[in-house]
Design a protein around this ligand. Structure first.
Ligand SMILES: Cc1cc2nc3c(=O)[nH]c(=O)nc-3n(C[C@H](O)[C@H](O)[C@H](O)COP(=O)(O)OP(=O)(O)OC[C@H]3O[C@@H](n4cnc5c(N)ncnc54)[C@H](O)[C@@H]3O)c2cc1C
Length: 427
C-alpha cells in the first residue's frame, strides 16, 4: 500500500479474521433431541467468537511493535503494524544490543524465535573493556566462550529482520506515519496517517518509540534531555584499522573520563560504532558535527583512544538523549495502551529494548488469554508493566548519572567489583 492510496486494511482485516478464525466444531454422535440444541449452541459460540474479534492496530514497527505482532500472530490473533518508514532497509538501525535472558531473550522464546536468535547472536560480543583516558585497563570482562546464559549481543538490524521475517508479508503497513488517533463514539479509534489517509481499529497500541504520538492520548508526561550522544562509524575495521579492532575487541569498549565517555562497539558486519556521551547542554547540535571539535574535547587523552574519532568514515552525527520522568503511569483507558519507549523512555544503559520486548510478550499473553475482554487484558498488562519498569527506570537514571559524573571511573570500578560476601549473622 502506498501513501495516498485509500486505506481499507481495517475492513479487509476484519473480513479476513472472520474467515480465518471461525472455529470448526465437529458434531459428534448425539442422543436424539440433543442434536439441535447442540447446533444452536455452536451457532451462539460462533457469533461470540466473531464479535470478540478485535482489530488491533500497532503504531510503530520497532522491536516492541514487531515482537507484539509476532506473538499475537502465534496465538492466531491478527494485528496491523503501521510503520512510518518506507521499508525494512529505509534507515540504518544503529548498533548492537545485548539481550537479557529474563526479558529480551524470554520474549524471543515466546515468539518462537530463540533458535534463530542463537544463530544470529554473538555471545563473544559480551566481552567488555573499561579504560581510563590514559588507556589503562580498569575492567576487562570476558564471557564464557559460546555461552548464551549471559547477555549475548545481536545487531539491531539482524534482530529486526528476524522479527520481520517471522510475520506474514502484509502484517506491516510501511510508510504509514501516524499523525493523529481520535477516539470514536462507539469505541475504538480513527487513525490518520501522514498524507491524509486513515484506518479504524478497536484496540490501539502505541509502540511508536521515544517521540510517541499515541502517548499524548494517555499522559502529558514530557521528555527531558539526559545526555548528548555523538556517533561515528568505522567500516571494515579489521582490514582498515587493525589497531582499533584490537583495542575494541569483539564486544564493547568504554573509555571513561571526567563528564565524558568515548565508547566503541563491534558490530556483526565487521564495522565499529563509536559513541561519545556528554552531559546534556544547551549547545546547538551543530557544535558536535566536526571531528576537530570533538578531538578538542578529548585533548590530553591517549592518542590510541582518540584515533577512534579520527577513523570515523563520515562526519559525526549528534543527537539528544531524552527520558520520561521515572514512575510515569496513566489512568487506564479502554482500547489503548503503550509499550516500549512510548511507555517508559529511559536512559540508554542496556534495558530499553529488553523491556520493550518483554512488554510486548506480556501484553500479547494477556490479550491471548482474554481475547473477549481486551480492556481487562490491557489493565492487567499495565499494572504489571508499571511495577516492573519503575525500578529499572530508576536504576537506568542512576547509572546514566554515574557514567557522566566527575567520579565516573571510580564509581564504575566499584560497580563492577564483586563485594566480599558478608559473614552470616550469628544466631
Ligand atoms: C544509543 C542507544 C543505545 C541503546 N542501547 C541499548 C541496549 O544496548 N540495550 C537495550 O535494551 N536498549 C538499548 N537502547 C534503547 C532501545 O533502543 C530502545 O529502548 C528500544 O529500541 C525501544 O523499542 P521500541 O519498539 O519501543 O521503540 P523503537 O525501537 O524506537 O521503535 C519505534 C518504531 O516506531 C516508528 N514510529 C515512530 N513514530 C511513528 C509514527 N508516528 N507512526 C508510525 N511509526 C512510528 C519508528 O520508525 C520505529 O520503527 C539504546 C538506545 C540508544 C539511543
Amino acid at each position: 500500500m502506498h501513501v495516498g492510496e485509500p486505506d481499507r486494511r481495517g475492513g479487509d482485516l476484519r473480513a479476513a479474521q472472520r474467515h480465518r478464525r471461525r472455529p470448526r466444531l465437529r458434531l459428534g454422535p448425539f442422543p436424539d433431541g440433543q442434536r439441535w440444541a447442540t447446533v444452536r449452541r455452536i451457532h451462539e459460540v460462533q457469533r461470540t467468537v466473531t464479535e470478540m474479534m478485535m482489530r488491533i492496530a500497532i503504531a510503530g514497527g520497532g522491536l516492541g511493535g514487531l515482537t507484539l505482532a509476532r506473538i499475537l500472530h502465534r496465538h492466531g490473533i491478527d494485528a496491523v503494524v503501521y510503520e512510518r518508514e518506507a521499508g525494512r532497509s529505509a534507515r540504518s538501525q544503529g548498533g548492537s544490543l545485548d539481550l537479557h535472558p529474563e526479558s529480551g531473550q524470554q520474549a524471543l522464546a515466546d515468539a518462537g524465535l530463540a533458535g534463530r536468535f542463537r544463530s544470529e547472536a554473538r555471545p563473544e560480543g559480551e566481552e567488555h573493556r573499561i579504560l581510563d583516558p590514559a588507556g589503562r585497563t580498569l575492567v576487562h570482562h570476558m564471557p564464557q566462550p559460546g555461552s548464551f546464559s549471559g547477555r549475548p549481543e545481536i545487531d539491531r538490524s539482524a534482530l529486526r529482520d528476524l522479527l520481520l521475517d517471522s510475520l506474514p508479508g502484509d502484517a506491516v503497513a510501511w510508510q504509514h506515519r501516524l499523525v493523529a488517533a481520535t477516539p470514536r463514539p462507539d469505541g475504538g479509534f480513527g487513525l490518520t496517517f501522514d498524507g491524509g489517509h486513515g484506518a479504524d481499529c478497536d484496540v490501539l497500541i502505541g509502540a511508536d518509540g521515544a517521540r510517541s504520538v499515541v502517548r499524548s492520548l494517555l499522559t502529558d508526561a514530557t521528555l527531558s534531555s539526559v545526555a548528548t550522544l555523538v556517533e561515528l562509524s568505522i567500516s571494515d575495521a579489521d582490514r582498515r584499522h587493525p589497531d582499533l579492532a584490537d583495542l575494541v575487541g569483539p564486544g564493547n569498549l568504554w573509555c571513561i573520563g571526567v563528564n565524558q565517555i568515548l565508547a566503541a562497539q563491534r558490530l556483526g558486519d565487521g564495522s565499529i560504532r563509536v559513541g561519545i556521551s556528554l552531559p546534556a547542554d544547551d549547545r546547538h547540535l551543530d557544535t558536535y558535527r566536526s571531528k576537530r571539535a570533538l578531538l578538542d574535547m578529548f585533548d590530553g587523552w591517549n592518542p590510541s583512544l582518540t584515533a577512534l574519532i579520527e577513523a570515523g568514515d563520515s562526519p559525526p552525527t549528534p543527537r539528544r538523549i531524552e527520558a520520561m520522568p521515572t514512575g510515569t503511569r496513566w489512568a487506564h483507558q479502554p482500547g489503548i495502551t503503550l509499550i516500549g519507549d512510548a511507555a517508559h523512555l529511559m536512559p540508554p544503559v542496556g534495558e530499553g529494548a529488553n523491556q520493550a520486548m518483554l512488554d510486548a510478550a506480556e501484553l500479547a499473553a494477556e490479550l491471548a488469554t482474554n481475547p473477549a475482554d481486551p480492556d481487562s487484558a490491557i489493565r492487567a498488562y499495565e499494572e504489571a508493566m508499571f511495577t516492573r519498569t519503575h525500578p529499572i527506570a530508576e536504576m537506568s537514571a542512576r547509572v546514566q548519572a554515574m557514567m557522566l559524573s566527575p567520579t565516573a571511573a571510580d564509581d564504575i570500578i566499584r560497580f563492577f567489583t564483586p563485594r566480599p560476601t558478608e559473614p552470616a549473622p550469628a544466631d
